[in-house]
Design a protein around this ligand. Structure first.
Ligand SMILES: *Cc1c(COP(=O)(O)O)cnc(C)c1O
Length: 347
């Protein structure tokens, strides 16, 4: 079989969430947007639910509807994008809680779903989603009369603990929500690490659950193995791959493995990335193709039938850094083709 295998450790996911929850001052939810950061909404959310998670966050109403269908009615599902045109039926039928981002969304929600729960998202400086402070002041009285269940904002620089933006946003959030008797939420993974003054009533960890930076001391969640299709010996002066970008300077043994940029192995990853056989790292040679990658396995004794891309030597964060990106982007770029195995599915 030529399909690469992505093994997702659900026990590690459970462990990491428990850790983030125990670090949080009060309650902790779980962010499972974008198919649980590419790792599989159904399996990941079930594992977190079994572990006691009851508050989930997703990006869109469609994601929320899927989550509701999978896990039933005993959980709260918040929608970061709020109440968009076309979302009304999904919000109503799947009992979703939109995080209202603007006066326009507020009017829509209060006209179309007056009795349905909602939360409010405030912008405290990131300028991405949420009501501006002046808008909030204008409609605060009206909103409070409608009993929002959560008031939240999002930090722009929480993965840089010393960044002065963190304190700025904390102070703005405090000013805007001071004395309000509503559940409050400011911190994602990075915010949890900043300390208890950022935690308020509910934290919203995502990436830390999936074992990546900025979370520390978490368990790795993902392993990737890629089958070797063919092995050949080449002479000095021969080239490998599209565009002849790599030329051998001595005799080499080259393995062609069955994965490529269609599997999230970005073309720019070529330079420092290794494929591992046990602890031995073998460099990528030539351009990464859509479905194939050349690897210099001259240093290996035997002929491996598979090589590892993601393991304890080359973590998601390390791979991502080598490709000039972050763990979040790599995880959500994995694509459809992997043979996905969920390890330790039963506790
Ligand atoms: C994605 C997201 C989170 C989770 O962030 P992580 O850095 O993955 O922990 C929390 N809140 C909002 C608003 C988000 O968009």
């Amino acid at each position: 079989m030529a399909t690469a295998t992505a093994t997702i450790d659900l026990n590690a996911i459970r462990h990491n969430w428990q850790k983030l929850r125990s670090m949080s001052s009060k309650d902790s939810g779980a962010v499972v947007k974008a198919n649980a950061y590419g790792l599989g909404l159904k399996q990941v959310a079930k594992a977190l639910y079994d572990e006691g998670a009851r508050i989930f966050f997703v990006a869109t109403a469609e994601e929320g509807a899927e989550l509701r269908s999978n896990l039933g009615n005993a959980l709260e599902i918040y929608i970061f994008s709020g109440h968009m045109i076309g979302d009304t039926e999904l919000i109503k039928n799947y009992n979703l809680i939109p995080l209202i981002n603007s006066i326009e969304q507020l009017s829509r929600h209060s006209e179309l779903l007056k009795e349905k729960k909602f939360g409010v998202q405030l912008d405290t400086g990131m300028n991405r989603l949420g009501m501006e402070p002046v808008e909030w002041e204008t409609v605060k009285g009206l909103i409070l009369s409608l009993n929002p269940v959560l008031i939240m904002s999002h930090l722009a620089c929480a993965d840089e603990p010393d960044h002065k933006m963190n304190v700025t946003q904390l102070n703005i959030f405090r000013t805007l929500t001071d004395k309000l008797n509503i559940k409050k939420s400011l911190a994602a993974t990075g915010g949890i690490l900043l300390g208890p003054e950022y935690h308020f009533d509910l934290t919203r960890p995502g990436i830390g659950i999936y074992g990546c930076s900025p979370m520390q001391d978490c368990l790795p969640v993902l392993k990737i193995d890629i089958p070797v299709i063919q092995i050949r010996d080449i002479k000095s002066g021969e080239t490998v791959g599209y565009g002849n970008t790599w030329t051998s300077t001595s005799e080499k043994r080259i393995a062609t493995i069955s994965a490529g940029y269609a599997d999230g192995i970005f073309r720019v990853a070529g330079q420092g990335t290794r494929l591992y056989f046990e602890e031995i790292g073998c460099p990528i040679v030539g351009r990464i193709s859509m479905d194939l990658i050349g690897v210099d396995i001259t240093s290996l004794k035997g002929e491996p039938d598979k090589l590892e891309l993601i393991n304890s030597e080359q973590t998601v964060d390390k791979f991502a850094e080598g490709a000039g990106t972050i763990g979040y982007e790599f995880l959500t770029s994995l694509g459809q083709r992997y043979n996905r195995k969920y390890a330790s599915a039963n506790k």
